[in-house]
Design a protein around this ligand. Structure first.
Ligand code: AMP
Ligand code: GLY
Length: 423
């Protein structure tokens, strides 16, 4: 098969690496891709939001399957464009990707179908939101409705901070049109866990669990980022919790989308909070997590192309998803200053140290070729992943491997997976 991947981050690198292992994959393309992805795929200079150009490319090259990695094209309706052109594509249509694209939609869905989540109200008028805050309990959480690069969530400690937050989102439009509507929700406490699943419209199959580290600095301090590191599995996600989530969260979500005439095919990534009252949904994503994918796919035994096809064909019930009985940790190497401002274009040295090392991976998040060299090209640059028989071993291996690569303003957190010690 000829396969096209749409995206350019560490997630798409992990997907490309996994697809490359499938006996079904003869030729892989990635648009736009990056310097690491280029090892497995021919990178094509078309942007992820250029739907018509991408579809024309897929037709011209007779692509058999296109896999969409990123949220923006999914929410924007890339799958509908490909289907209209008679192309086979993995991912939810626009009317289903709204599960991630609108937090107000997803909250209303959960309320209607009794799926556990934080109490909330939706607002499309700043005045009403400010009135509501007068009688609210603090801390409280404000969320811009639409996509905001994971940055549209504000946790406010008191009334003054929350009033400022409402103005930032709805009046100053800091997150653009994502802030036309806003969710105000109850603050929850507990451990966070990310659960990635495959969905074929009716059947849902759970991959393994993972935990992200969203803040920029050690000790979960500093600004929110796209994710500074992950580990998998989460020792806090027990088989009892998994059983509860399957019955009360996962299948009900898939059934709810079908009942609404928004059949979901693709990946649902459940962001959960394990609260004292049981697991609750923090957010839905309609795609693989980044960097969760960099610890989940290296542990997956299945041929991923077969699973993608089963999701499209509605035959996921026949697939037995299998994961290795081990652990993986990913430490993100970022450009110092991320997520605010940072320099890029520095040569990356030592990538060859990962060649032929079983259980060690270097996934590129932001890299490109310049004058025949691979240079840094983003805030998050690399995801260094290592496996181990236990989480502790995987963490030690991953940190060891972070020393194999260097670039001028290399920055990482030193406490990825610290929670493992509390398990
Ligand atoms: P989201 O993009 O919805 O996952 O939110 C980003 C981060 O904000 C989450 O990973 C949580 O750490 C935090 N968060 C979101 N909603 C809540 C909530 N209701 N209570 C506490 N923390 C939250
Ligand atoms: N790592 C969080 C996300 O992919 O949204």
């Amino acid at each position: 098969m000829k396969i096209l991947i749409v995206g350019s981050g560490g997630r798409e690198h992990a997907i490309a690496w996994k697809i490359a292992q499938s006996p079904k994959a003869e030729k892989i393309y990635c648009a736009p891709g990056n310097a690491g992805i280029a090892e497995y795929a021919e990178c094509v200079n078309i942007g992820a939001m250029e739907f018509e150009k991408l579809a024309a490319f897929a037709k011209e090259k007779e692509i058999d399957l296109t896999v969409i990695g990123m949220d923006d094209p999914l929410v924007g309706g890339i799958v509908d464009v490909f289907e209209r052109e008679g192309l086979r594509v993995f991912g939810p249509r626009k009317n289903a990707a709204i599960l991630e694209g609108s937090k107000a939609f997803s909250k209303d869905l959960m309320k209607k179908y009794h799926i556990p989540t934080a109490e909330y109200e939706n607002f499309d008028d700043a005045k009403k939101a400010l009135e509501y805050l007068q009688t609210a309990k603090f801390p409280i959480v404000l969320k811009a409705d639409g996509l905001a690069l994971g940055k549209g969530v504000l946790i406010c400690q008191d009334l003054a901070e929350a009033q400022e937050g409402v103005r930032t989102i709805m009046e100053d439009k800091k997150f653009g049109t994502a802030g036309n509507t806003m969710v105000i929700e109850e603050f929850m406490t507990g451990r966070e866990v990310s659960v990635l699943t495959f969905v074929d419209g009716k059947t849902i199959k759970v991959m393994t669990s993972a935990q992200d580290h969203k803040r920029a600095l050690d000790g979960d301090q500093g600004l929110n980022t796209g994710g500074m590191g992950t580990f998998s599995p989460s020792p806090f996600y027990t088989s009892e919790i998994d059983a509860y989530c399957k019955e009360h969260i996962y299948q009900p979500t898939v059934d709810a989308m079908a009942a609404e005439g928004r059949e979901f095919k693709g990946i649902i990534f459940f962001g959960l909070m394990l609260t004292a009252d049981g697991p609750k949904v923090l957010e839905y994503n309609a795609r693989f997590g980044d960097p969760e994918t960099q610890v989940v796919l290296p542990r997956m035994k299945n041929d991923i192309v077969e699973v993608f096809e089963a999701c499209i064909d509605g035959t996921l019930d026949r697939i037995n998803l299998e994961f290795e009985d081990n652990a993986a940790v990913c430490v993100v190497l970022a450009s110092d200053g991320y997520p605010v401002s940072y320099e890029k274009g520095f040569p990356i040295e030592g990538l060859e140290n990962f060649k032929d090392k079983d259980g060690y991976y270097v996934f590129h998040a932001g890299s490109k070729f310049a004058d025949g060299k691979i240079v840094t090209n983003g805030g998050r640059v690399l995801g260094v992943t290592a496996k181990g028989s236990t989480l502790k071993e995987a963490r030690a291996n991953a940190y060891k491997a972070t020393e194999w690569v260097s670039f001028e303003n290399k920055y990482m957190r030193h406490d990825i997976g610290k929670a493992i010690d509390e398990a």
